[in-house]
Design a protein around this ligand. Sequence first.
Ligand SMILES: Cc1cc2nc3c(=O)[nH]c(=O)nc-3n(C[C@H](O)[C@H](O)[C@H](O)COP(=O)(O)OP(=O)(O)OC[C@H]3O[C@@H](n4cnc5c(N)ncnc54)[C@H](O)[C@@H]3O)c2cc1C
Length: 272
Amino acid sequence: MHIVVCVKQVPDTKIIKINPKTNTLDRRSAPAILNPYDAHAVQEAVRVRRKLGEGEISVLSMGPPQATAVIKKSIEIGADAGYLITDRAFAGADTLATSYALSKALEKISKENKIDMVICGKHAIDGDTGQVGPGMARRLDIPPVTNVIEVCEINENNKTVLVKRKLSNGYELLQVKMPCLLTVEKEVNQIEYSPLTNMINAARYEPNIWSVNDLDQVDRSQLGLKGSPTIVGKMFTPPKLEGGHMLDGTPDAQVAQLMDVLAERKELFNVK
Ligand SMILES: Cc1cc2nc3c(=O)[nH]c(=O)nc-3n(C[C@H](O)[C@H](O)[C@H](O)COP(=O)(O)OP(=O)(O)OC[C@H]3O[C@@H](n4cnc5c(N)ncnc54)[C@H](O)[C@@H]3O)c2cc1C
């Protein structure tokens, strides 16, 4: 069983600042981290391997040379190998071009070691579209399952996987043929503490670094800014909401406050 996890380096959006003049993210204001959903994706691959008693886990990232840090972090969680595709030709990519470049790298990895499952995060905390996973599945012509909260069972003989998928009003169980692509929610698992041996491996690990020339049969017009039909029309910080009333205290105290607020504003509800 060979699982490839796609991992993205993102700015820590809990601390990042927005430049008030340009309304763009000031990426230097926050440290770069492994996208938190992708950490859960790597952890899930480790859990699946443990359950099966064998398997290999590779991670793949597209980004600048510094993105090797998220590959090392993934090795620390338990991945065996890592690939970084990095090249000026990939710069300025939107989700369409990102999924094209990553799917070309997945094809190359699969030629060397057939891939049974690709796992991605539900979304990246910076771009936040959730499009890259399904985009890669479409290009590779494999079934995508989004919002996975549990990988329940893997049948290696039938080459199927049973997964639990979150819905707005419950969940559904789906049996999917492998190879397939899953995108995972944070509930899928809890990140474990890494053993010291993993940390030592991660510190010594040198990821495989590929440029565009290392990928096979790439249509360069589909890469980077050239291959990105998305145009960012405007970016702005939404204005702070005016007014509002925070309720506090015990539930009874909150009900009393709410009744006061409603009584003050009864004209809004047409109450005499
Ligand atoms: C016009 C335009 C220009 C842009 N230019 C740039 C730019 O120059 N530099 C830049 O950094 N961003 C740029 N972006 C943002 C970039 O398109 C997105 O960050 C990227 O396509 C991923 O989309 P997302 O963040 O919405 O990921 P999502 O679709 O939300 O991510 C879902 C999952 O896909 C996987 N994934 C996503 N991206 C990667 C990745 N790079 N490597 C490995 N796995 C991944 C992860 O598993 C992740 O959890 C640009 C966007 C637009 C619209």
